[in-house]
Write a protein that binds this ligand. Sequence first.
Ligand code: G3H
Ligand code: 13P
Ligand code: ZN
Length: 316
Amino acid sequence: MIVSTKKLFEHAYGKYAVGAYNINNAEQIMGLFRGNMDSKAPFIVQLSKGARGYTDQRLLEAMIRAADEIFPDAIFAVHLDHGDEETCYDCIDSGFYSSVMIDASHEDFDENIAITKRVVDRAHAKGLVVEAELGKLGGVEEHVAVDEADAKLTDPKQVEEFVKRSGCDSLACAIGTSHGAYKFTGGQGLHFEVIEDIARLLPGFPLVMHGSSSVPQDEVERINAAGGQLKGAKGVDEAQITKASKMGVTKVNIDTDGRLVWCRVHRESFRDTPENFDLRPAGKIFMAEYAKYIVHKNEVLGSAGKLDEVRAFINK
Ligand code: G3H
Ligand code: 13P
Ligand code: ZN
């Protein structure tokens, strides 16, 4: 059942975080739904602009609708990840999405607010909620590549004014993470003091953590042992994710880890069965392995086992 992102946040806030997983194809969709069913967790299916253009957004949306039928017990929201204004309007008008993210974080403060407010007005008129971003994450996003030197943590002094003037419903904050597989060069981690300050200034307001992949080291080692060259890849410590999930971080965005599972499964398959040319054996392994990853991640987020409570909360 496709539900409102807002409802998922209301149930989760301060207790656990909802996993927001990026998908691009049928195998990811099957693995994602199976994993969430296996761990009885609510979740967010997240589509980037790149994912919508990879095959065709209509194909992706039709597959999500089909997954909803195949897994009738699933409770999930459908979200546009890192939208520009035009893509946000497209998703809002499509009637399919629960929420959109307008990412104008590369603009200055006032322009970010102005753009976000326009999207909020259109979204709210159609019953959707809006995630906005304040601060600058490092790494590569859809339409912006942010140099590490230009990355900027969210300034807690700006958050109240930003939320009030823009009317956004959740806030993506830069709290030390970045997108991709190379987040930290050393022992850096989340800036809990920033999360704490923001959560104090915006009590009950859902915060979103982008760049939350933990880049499992065994995954990286297996990829490299099968011919990959991921040198020094490093992600967010899982204990830190669990801690943040209880401090107001209510949506945790994960894409890279899913790509790593895909990469490991396919590299090992090519290495171990060089005579094979059928796409299905590796595809089947990927779906099962991705589902296993999702089960584990939902334990880390605290969303595992929450499905029945969420169903009762939504139906009350
Ligand atoms: O934050 C970006 C997400 O990982 C989506 O990546 O734009 O390559 O689909 P993508
Ligand atoms: P990762 O690159 O850490 O998976 O982050 C994904 C993300 O933030 C999607 O919006
Ligand atoms: Zn992101």
